[in-house]
Design a protein around this ligand. Structure first.
Ligand SMILES: *Cc1c(COP(=O)(O)O)cnc(C)c1O
Length: 366
């Protein structure tokens, strides 16, 4: 196993080649449609400054962020990309969008009107319009959408239009809602034939060609999350998280481990204390549930996850394999974020975006 070369931090290694390969795999599934990328929340926690240029180099030209601030950061990295901002155009934000060359995703008739007024005064700019077909979160309501399709005049103010919607159940291929949303969106797209139509997130790409339209906008699958949770993961792992062993100790029954004494040894055990805790995004719900890997061996988290530390049961492993300063894999080399998310009772998105700032980060394949 790898051993320490100084520093007591755990290691987070992000494989940018795997990211680029995932982009190519997703694009390869799209016949005739373009492949964009969702890079909100700092590139799903992996570091926008590294993620965005790598995706651009892989051929991605359409990037989606959540906020104006994220868009400004992205613009500084990618002078020529199309950058869409999901959270929309709040009053007073027009100048920020113009300054950074960002495209607002217009979420209600007032936003459409405000951007159209701006364009009429200053010259046409691109826009995206989000029509809600089942999330009830952001976007035009079905009634607003009908009104817009009946009177699309304001859209003429824009130099180019993207129309989008978002699937609620894309990761459940059998869900009835997928077909209903696809149908509703196909109607909207057909009524706006000059617009670029975008529906599919990562999982949506795997629902079939009928969901691809003109432009897909995957996020999680780029970063190694499984877009087909009911089947094997078709994506490569991008993140490797190695926990630093700080101390190894022998305990005797009936000694307890950690806060709340929630774990009680039934026989003599050997424990490794590792530098990762809930402050690092190693979720407290992994207490007495999570697993780590020492080489091929799967070892259990025993006791509660604390702020900075976890304890692993390494009883029975060769002593030379578990030494202070050594490393254990906190994400399964094969299953990665998906397995840890399942153990934590959450989704890979939350695991990635919670990855802590204390890990020593390094990027491969820059
Ligand atoms: C985050 C997001 C995406 C990307 O979704 P993934 O499930 O990560 O592929 C696409 N569209 C919208 C509106 C989003 O908010």
């Amino acid at each position: 196993m790898p051993t320490a070369t100084g520093g007591a931090n755990s290691l987070l290694t992000i494989d940018l080649e795997a990211l680029a390969e995932n982009y190519r795999r997703l694009r390869g599934r799209l016949e005739g449609a373009r492949c964009g990328a969702a890079v909100k929340a700092d590139g799903y926690g992996l570091g926008i400054a590294e993620v965005a240029p790598k995706l651009w180099a892989a051929g991605c030209r359409d990037f989606y962020a959540a906020t104006l601030e994220e868009g400004a950061v992205l613009r500084a990295l990618l002078p020529e990309a199309a950058i869409y901002i999901f959270n929309g155009l709040l009053p007073g934000d027009e100048t920020g969008f113009v300054e950074h060359g960002l495209v607002p995703v217009l979420n209600d008739p007032g936003q459409i009107e405000r951007w159209a007024v701006h364009c009429r005064a200053h010259g046409p700019l691109p826009a995206a319009v989000h029509c809600d077909t089942g999330m009830a979160r952001l976007g035009l309501t079905p009634e607003d959408t009908e009104a817009l399709l009946a009177e699309p005049g304001s859209l003429a103010a824009f130099s180019h239009l993207q129309v989008m919607s978002h699937l609620a159940c894309a990761d459940t291929p059998g869900a009835e809602m997928n077909a209903a949303q696809r149908q509703a969106f196909a109607r909207i797209a057909a009524a706006l034939p000059d617009a670029t139509a975008s529906l599919a997130n990562s999982s949506g790409i795997f629902l079939g060609a009928g969901f691809h339209f003109d432009l897909a906008r995957p996020g999680i699958a780029l970063y190694g999350g499984n877009p087909t949770p009911e089947a094997a993961n078709p994506m490569r792992q991008v993140v490797r998280l190695q926990g630093r062993i700080l101390q190894v100790r022998q305990i005797d029954a009936p000694q307890t481990v950690g806060y709340g004494a929630t774990f009680r040894a039934q026989q003599p055990m050997r424990l490794a204390t590792v530098a990762a805790g809930y402050a690092d995004g190693y979720f407290r719900s992994l207490s007495n549930r999570g697993h780590a890997w020492v080489g091929e061996e799967r070892v259990a988290v025993v006791g509660r996850v604390s702020m900075d530390l976890i304890t692993l049961d390494v009883t029975g492993l060769p002593e030379r394999e578990v030494v202070p300063g050594g490393l254990v894999d906190l994400l399964s080399p094969e299953e990665g974020v998906n397995a840890l998310a399942a153990e934590a009772g959450t989704i890979p998105y939350e695991i990635l975006t919670a990855l802590g700032r204390r890990y020593q980060r390094s990027y491969r394949g820059r």
